[in-house]
Write a protein that binds this ligand. Structure first.
Ligand code: ATP
Ligand code: MG
Length: 363
C-alpha cells in the first residue's frame, strides 16, 4: 500500500515488511534512504522512517506486521548529544561502550552513532558482545566487524571474526565471555586502523552477578566513554561502581519495542537458522581436532545430540557454528550439522541444545 508522510514526521514500520520510497527522502537511525531504495524490516524488528521531506512510501506488510505514524522524530535529542560527546574524544581509537537493559535501544543507538561517524576517512569497528540478541555473529558469540557504509541494521555489516562462548547469557560463563571480548578487542587494536570502536553489550544490568560481570568488562576493556540508555535510573547502581571512566546517560526512545522473553527466544532461533542455512552433515575425526569444553559432553551415548558447537581453524579464526549430531568416543568420530565446509582444527562445545526445528532445549 502507498503511504504519504509529511516532512519531519516518522513512519514506524514493524516487520516482517518491506518498504520502498516512491518519492522523497527519509532517515533510519542516521542512514539516509533515497528514492527506489528498498528496506526489509525483519520479523520482530521495527524501523522508524523519519521523513526529511514530504515522502511517499510503498509498504508491503507481512503476517501480523503493522505501521503507525508519529508526529515527530523518534530519536531522542540526548542521542545526538551523546554522539557529539563521542566525536569530541581526541584519543584514537576512541572506545565507546553502550549499556542498557534489554530492548532499551542499544543496537539502534549503536547504529545511529556508527552511521554518523562513518565516512570515507573514518574507520569504525563494532564489537558485539550481546550473546543473547547478537547483531553481528551468530547467537552465543562475541563478534566484530568494520563498518564502511551507512546501514539500517548492524547485521548488514557481516562478520570479520567471532569467539564462540556457547551460552546465551554471559553470567553463565563469565570468564569465557571476558576471554572472548578481550580477544576480539585485542585483534581490533592490533590492526591499528580503527578510529572508533563501538562495543555493544547484553541487556543484563541489574542484580549482583550482572553488575559484577559488567564491572569486570569495564576494567578489562577500559573504554574511553560508557553511554548508558535508560528510562528511569536502571543503570544507577551499576554506574555507581564505575568511577574511573566517564559515563553518559541518554534516554530510551518511547517508541522502543519491548519484546517478550518468548519473542526474544524466537528471534534468536531465527538467527540460528540464518547461520545454519545450507548446513550439511559433516563427519569429523575427533582425534584430528582440539575439543574445547569437552567436559560438557554427556558421557552417555546419544545424549550429545543437538548440542551447539563453534568451529575454528588452526589460526583460531571462527569458521561458524554447528550442531553435534553424534560423538562416537570409541571410534573418535563426530557427525556435525554445519555450513562450514573446511575441516576445523578446533571444536568448542556449547551449553545450548537445539532440537531439529532449531528450538532451544534444556541441556
Ligand atoms: N529511537 C527509536 N525509534 C524507533 N524505534 C526504536 C528506537 N529505538 C529502538 N527502537 C526499536 O525498539 C526495538 C528495540 O531496540 P534495540 O533492538 O535497539 O534494543 P536493544 O537494547 O539492542 O535490545 P536487545 O536487548 O534485544 O539487544 C527495535 O525494534 C528498535 O527498532
Ligand atoms: Mg541489541
Amino acid at each position: 500500500m502507498k503511504k504519504t508522510v509529511e516532512a519531519n514526521k516518522t513512519l514506524i514500520v514493524n516487520g516482517p515488511s518491506s518498504v520502498r520510497i516512491i518519492s522523497g527522502r527519509a532517515e533510519v537511525f542516521g542512514n539516509i534512504i533515497k528514492e527506489n531504495q528498498q528496506i526489509i524490516v525483519r520479523e520482530g524488528k521495527r524501523q522508524p522512517f523519519h521523513a526529511l521531506e514530504n515522502t511517499e512510501f510503498h509498504v508491503s506488510l507481512g503476517a501480523n506486521a503493522t505501521m503507525q505514524e508519529e508526529e515527530t522524530k523518534t530519536i531522542p535529542e540526548s542521542w545526538n548529544e551523546a554522539l557529539q560527546t563521542v566525536v569530541a574524544i581526541q584519543k584514537k581509537p576512541a572506545v565507546v561502550m553502550v549499556m542498557g537493559k534489554a530492548d532499551s535501544g542499544k543496537s539502534s543507538f549503536s547504529t545511529y552513532i556508527v552511521n554518523n561517524l562513518v565516512n570515507g576517512k573514518t574507520k569504525v569497528a563494532v564489537l558485539d558482545s550481546d550473546l543473547e540478541q547478537s547483531d553481528i555473529g551468530p547467537p552465543c558469540t562475541v563478534s566484530y566487524n568494520y563498518v564502511t557504509r551507512r546501514v539500517t541494521e548492524l547485521c548488514e555489516i557481516g562478520m570479520s571474526n567471532a569467539f564462540f562462548v556457547g551460552v546465551t547469557s554471559p553470567i553463565q560463563a563469565v570468564n569465557k565471555s571476558i576471554e572472548g571480548l578481550t580477544a576480539m578487542h585485542r585483534e581490533i587494536m592490533q590492526k591499528h586502523d580503527a578510529d572508533y570502536i563501538i562495543i555493544n553489550t547484553d541487556g543484563a544490568i541489574e542484580g549482583e552477578s550482572a553488575i559484577n560481570y559488567k564491572l569486570q568488562l569495564v576494567n578489562q576493556l577500559k573504554p574511553d566513554l560508557i553511554v548508558g540508555i535508560q528510562n528511569q535510573e536502571e543503570l544507577a547502581v551499576l554506574f555507581s561502581g564505575i568511577d574511573t571512566i566517564t559515563t553518559y546517560c541518554i534516554k530510551s526512545s518511547p517508541n522502543a519495542n519491548v519484546r517478550s522473553p518468548e519473542k526474544r527466544t524466537r528471534l534468536r532461533e531465527m538467527n540460528y537458522a540464518k547461520y545454519l542455512k545450507d548446513a550439511k552433515i559433516r563427519s569429523l575425526f575427533a582425534s584430528h581436532m582440539e575439543i574445547q569444553e569437552k567436559n560438557i559432553l554427556p558421557k552417555e551415548a546419544g545424549k550429545e545430540k543437538g548440542i551447539l558447537v563453534g568451529l575454528k581453524n588452526s589460526k583460531k579464526h571462527f569458521l561458524g557454528i554447528g550442531i553435534m549430531l553424534e560423538y562416537n568416543r570409541a571410534r573418535q568420530t563426530m557427525k556435525v550439522l554445519t555450513p562450514v565446509s573446511i575441516k576445523p582444527a578446533i571444536i568448542t562445545i556449547g551449553r545450548i541444545r537445539l532440537d531439529p526445528e532449531l528450538r532451544e532445549m534444556p541441556l
